[in-house]
Design a protein around this ligand. Structure first.
Ligand code: HEM
Length: 377
């Protein structure tokens, strides 16, 4: 039954995006290359249905650990989970920033640029982080640089670390997907091309859709990626409302962002970005937003489509996809059910309430085949 459900949702969530990227254009010549080709074009899932499956062969500096390309990453994931998780099981402001950092590093690429993309330049270049669109990412960058400093002698590089931080953040947030996680990208120390990440004040849907299409990201993919705003706050769009979240539950990777975008007005104390408002009404995006609000299948379909779109995004500008190593097995387990009632009401370090305004509404949700009662919207 569960297999059938997954097959149905896989088909429903298939991105239908047949564009290849990087060296895959010349052919998927290795198992990793074929795995990536299939999952970013919708032939298989980029979301792993398996749990963590890794035993460290030794301590960090042991010969056995150094001989295994994924071993150091297992130490990194443990450090990150400690930093990203609140005591009540939700994910915190650093996790949210890590999700955005992954996008802002990888998104600096278009089909007409020879350089840019997922190359770690947002960590390594002191110029790129100063751009206005990267406001708010300074703290997570410093955190990333500290981790890089600690693990670089064990084979951890900036380009991989940024995307690894994104993938650990999503799976640390309750209900978040466990994404295909690859290492072996090349670092770039210089700033990437400008004008490829939307500004904080972007509002024009056609412009934004074209910006992403030039990165091989379709409107359907973009609709799924925008769901990352389920774990988001704003600080710079409207400084008078700094710290307001983009949905009622910014510590949980749920579909409340889509549900609340469908309301005539956002709930009290929830900030609706003008860009989200404009895109939610655009052709090619509004239909996906509707699909993701479905209380039975929305979460599963969205997670699968997010995985496909994000794995694509995380490989923009990478021209050795066939040579990458799959380290997905070191990622922590996904948290496939979550009830806010079992968690202590608390705030993040940034003062955002983790519990919603109406804690009595029961929403049945189907997450990876398990019915949940989530006592909040
Ligand atoms: C059209 C595309 C997008 C636009 C215009 C956009 C715009 C924004 C803006 C204006 C903010 C608030 C910044 C602030 O004032 O502090 C924000 C936050 C955020 N965005 Fe996006 N975004 C887009 C796509 C994405 C994508 C593709 C992702 C990830 C896959 C993403 C993840 C996030 C996250 C996680 C935050 C919250 C960061 C935090 O709370 O620290 N966004 N976005």
């Amino acid at each position: 039954m569960q297999d059938l459900l997954h097959e149905i949702t896989r088909r429903q969530s298939s991105s239908g995006n047949s564009q290849l990227i990087g060296d895959l254009i010349g052919g998927a010549t290795t198992p990793v290359g074929r795995r990536v080709r299939d999952c970013i074009t919708g032939g298989s899932s980029c979301e792993l249905q398996t749990g963590k499956n890794y035993e460290r062969p030794g301590s960090l500096d042991s010969a056995a650990c150094r001989a295994d390309a994924c071993c150091a990453w297992d130490f990194v994931q443990q450090d990150l989970v400690d930093r990203f998780r609140n005591e009540n099981g939700t994910c915190n402001g650093l996790a949210r920033a890590a999700v955005r950092l992954g996008f802002h590093d990888a998104g600096t690429w278009s089909m007409t640029s020879d350089i840019g993309g997922a190359d770690g330049s947002l960590l390594l270049s002191s110029d790129e982080i100063e751009r206005p669109e990267n406001n708010g990412l300074q703290e997570i960058r410093s955190e990333g640089l500290r981790i890089l400093d600690r693990y670089s002698s064990n084979g951890v590089t900036a380009a991989d670390l940024v995307q690894f931080m994104h993938n650990v953040a999503t799976v640390t947030c309750p209900l978040g997907p466990r994404l295909l996680t690859l290492v072996g990208r090349e670092d770039r120390h210089e700033a990437d091309p400008m004008g490829l990440i939307p500004s904080n004040n972007a509002t024009n849907a056609s412009y934004l859709i074209e910006l992403f299409e030039n990165k091989t990201i379709t409107p359907q993919d973009l609709a799924a990626l925008l769901g990352a705003h389920t774990v988001a706050q704003q600080f710079y769009v409207n400084p008078a409302r700094a710290g307001q979240a983009l949905d009622t539950t910014p510590g949980v990777w749920d579909t409340n962002f889509y549900q609340e975008m469908a309301l005539p007005n956002s709930p009290p104390n929830v900030f609706r970005l003008p860009s989200d408002e404009a895109l939610s009404l655009a052709d090619g995006i509004s239909q996906s937003f509707d699909t993701f609000t479905d209380v039975t299948s929305g979460q599963t379909v969205w997670n699968a489509q997010y995985a496909s779109a994000y794995v694509r995004l995380s490989l923009l500008g990478v021209n050795k996809i066939n040579q990458l190593t799959d380290c997905s097995h070191v990622l922590p387990d996904a948290i496939t059910s979550f009830s806010a009632s079992s968690s202590t009401p608390s705030s993040t370090s940034l003062g955002v309430p983790l519990l919603p305004n109406n804690p009595h509404v029961m929403i049945p949700g189907l997450v990876m085949g398990v019915f949940l009662s989530m006592p909040f919207v």
